[in-house]
Ligand binder design. Structure first.
Ligand SMILES: Nc1ncnc2c1ncn2[C@@H]1O[C@H](COP(=O)(O)OP(=O)(O)OP(=O)(O)O)[C@@H](O)[C@H]1O
Length: 451
């Protein structure tokens, strides 16, 4: 690369016209941040953890309590202080591996919210020696905001361990030339981290004992990040522990993971399948968006809906519908594409807390967001892909429920043309589940669906 600063080069790249891939990388990073901002609980998962050990002869060791890990008392206090009573599914196997002596390398994949961040933060805090006043752990995140978010977890978990210090290698954090960092943990984005390790020499990479690469799937979607991460990894000593985490594991992520983590142990936790088994599905025939709105009002008039999510195809429809519902005195929240990630998180959080009863959104905005307590989902527009074909995956994600104890739910689809009837039929065929017709002029009939 011609530029002498990677961080600057990445900034310039990002500032350049947004290509499709830059946009998709940003979407991924935003979605990941949104999930972190609004999540207050662990995502439950009853699937088995799949483990592939570097040395298949060594006994597989898993823990059911944090005590078994023989953590420093300050850290155990930190863990309990965060309200964690016992290790999550992935933590049960990942933590003993990460804390083993000699250190073991690990590649771990599980869906967002299953406890990966907490796991590697605990590993970093356990491995540093606070008496040594130099960086010993490096942690790479795909974006500035995600780095800050992970930093917060380090600060929280290390609250009772103030001798361990943390510094952020992110754009805007400019240090004087010639400075040698005293903090034991450095968290940042690849461009700045690479500058700090090589050109600016704030960090001596030879002394690093733990290297964490978080959100590998988001990382490789951002141009430049992959090469920068590999260059950093190459500067580290052979005996440095390498840890890599990812929510998904497609071939490209896997190729990258193997370049970053030699001789890895591998842990995978399958995502809990979503099913339509406990969902009652209906469709309503209409001729226009006004009629769809009228049908919606009829439904609201007939049954008590604690909280509902309504999906529209475009921002414009979503805005219009939210306005109409407000006029009818509904407490409506609108999630819209032009909102900043933090604003979106605030809207979802309010809705989750029950401050609003209806959330109107476009699919792009709500992708990957789980609001567990919603029992009624309304597809004001059916989900279609770019070519106008039914988007079955999105349909399932909008209305599906995970886990064996999934609560019963209700899904109502608005159909307003021959085309959308065709889409509905194809969705029905795909899942092999009947979607019943509902006459919204018949109050008795609507009342029945609530039972
Ligand atoms: N053992 C535990 N017990 C209870 N809560 C936990 C435990 N571990 C983590 N959590 C909480 O669960 C939520 C998700 O954890 P965490 O952020 O570590 O997951 P993650 O897999 O890293 O997700 P993401 O990829 O979105 O960052 C957080 O609110 C965290 O505080």
């Amino acid at each position: 690369m011609a530029s002498d600063s990677w961080a600057q080069a990445v900034d310039e790249q990002e500032a350049a016209a947004e290509s499709v891939s830059v946009k998709s990388a940003k979407d991924k990073a935003a979605q990941s941040l949104l999930n972190k901002l609004i999540r207050s609980n662990l995502v439950n998962n009853t699937n088995q953890v799949e483990v592939l050990q570097k040395d298949p002869n060594s006994p597989l060791y898993s823990v059911k309590s944090f005590e078994e890990l023989r953590l420093k008392p300050q850290l155990l206090q930190g863990v309990y202080g965060m309200g964690f009573n016992r290790p999550s599914k992935i933590q049960e196997t990942a933590l003993p591996m990460m804390l083993a002596e000699p250190p073991q390398n690990l590649i771990a994949q599980s869906q967002s919210g299953t406890g990966k961040t907490a796991a590697f933060v605990l590993a970093m805090l356990s491995h540093v020696n606070p008496d040594n006043k130099y960086p010993q752990c490096l942690c790479l995140s795909p974006t500035y905001e995600l780095a800050l978010q992970t930093g917060k977890v380090i600060e929280q978990m290390g609250k009772n361990y103030p001798e361990v210090k943390l510094v952020y290698a992110i754009r805007g954090n400019r240090l004087q030339r010639g400075v040698k960092l005293q903090e034991q943990i450095v968290i940042g984005t690849p461009g700045t981290m690479l500058d700090w390790c090589s050109k600016l020499k704030f960090i001596d990479p030879e002394k690093i004992r733990v290297f964490v690469l978080d959100e590998a799937d988001v990382m490789i979607a951002t141009q430049g990040h992959k090469d920068q991460s590999i260059r950093i990894q190459r500067m580290l000593p052979k005996n440095c522990q390498m840890l890599l985490f990812s929510a998904t594991f497609e071939e490209t992520v896997w190729d990258f993971a193997r370049r970053i983590v030699p001789d890895p142990n591998i842990i995978k936790l399958k995502r809990e399948e979503e099913t339509l088994d406990t969902i009652k599905q209906y469709y309503v025939l209409c001729n226009s968006k006004e009629e769809k709105f009228e049908a919606l009002c009829n439904i609201y008039g007939a049954i008590t809906i604690a909280q509902a999510m309504i999906f529209c195809h475009t921002r414009k429809t979503a805005g219009w519908l939210a306005g109409e519902l407000s006029k009818e005195n509904h407490q409506v929240a609108l999630l819209s594409g032009e909102m900043q990630v933090e604003q979106r998180a605030a809207v979802i959080e309010r809705f989750r807390d029950g401050k609003e009863k209806v959330l109107v959104t476009t699919n792009v905005c709500a992708r990957g967001i789980d609001v567990e307590q919603v029992s009624v989902v309304i597809n004001f527009d059916l989900p279609v892909d770019q070519d106008g074909n039914p988007d079955n995956e999105t349909y399932l994600h909008r209305i599906g429920r995970t886990g064996r104890f999934g609560k019963r739910g209700l899904a109502i689809n608005m159909v307003d043309s021959r085309m959308s009837m065709n889409i509905l039929n194809r969705i029905q065929d795909h899942f092999n589940k009947k979607i019943e017709k509902l006459d919204t002029h018949d109050l008795d009939e609507i009342e029945k669906i609530a039972n």
